[in-house]
Unconditional design. Sequence first.
Length: 321
Amino acid sequence: MKVLKIGFVAAALFFVASVSVAQQYPQRDVRIVVPQTTGGATDLLARLFAEKLSQRWSRSVFVENKAGAGGIIGVQSVATAPNDGYTLLMSSDGPQAINASLYKSLPYDPIKDFTPIATIGSVAFLIATNNQLGVSDFPALVKLAQSKPGLTFGSAGTGSLNHLIGEMINQAADIKLEHVPYKGAAPALTDLLGNHVSTVVASVPSIAQQVDNGSLKALAVTSAARSQRLPNLPTISELGYPQFGVSPWVGLLGPSNMPVDVVAQISADITVTLKDPAVIAKILAIGMEPLATTPEQFKTLLVQDIEKWSRVVKKANIAPQ
């Protein structure tokens, strides 16, 4: 009987200790790595949620930007970090899903080397033109492209989301807008304003100001639903292409095999934060939409996106580097 009592007490103490550890996360500062430079949508969301999670956890949550090599440097640094929940990754479709098709050999596996925790938001892209081209809507652009070969679209670079979404538009509408890569979205927009390219494919946050002031003409958004930032702009799917709909995501991940209870806590705290009206307003203000998922839903989305972007890359004949 005495042995049984000792065993029961030991088990109870172990249970209490386990619960205590789970409840006490985080016990020190948390680092969120962003594999891009400051100022982009991923960086802005990382800083917003670092602030909110820091308030919830009463611990410092800081953002570290590790840009370079298409996001590979920052992503790899998290893949090889301890999986205790103190090094996290705020990433997006590009580094996590598209790079698998753009590079012959990645130093990480986008599925096996990471723990999906929660998506944060999605961003709509749009196709826009200048006032010199003389088209007022997407059907008019398609008609012009079919009758006048040589129209172009600018992007943030070969293999960028802008580039691949432009190729998806080509494939869906059966047109051939020639791709012109730039080193970022800003120079592409500058050349569109200067009438050096016919159109650009750009994220809503990067181009909304020029659309608002009338210097550029937005023709359609790529998302399945209309953008709350530009609610009067139709979707491509509304305009005769019902299967078209793409809204790249931004989400939080960690190294592989993170403790289940830590993942559950972070995911739950993000879900609660995404219901905060002030947070929603800030996400909408930068041209994004809140997107809440469970870890399981996020993993499914990641797998599906890797397959989707692989098909786009192959059909566009983009050679892996």
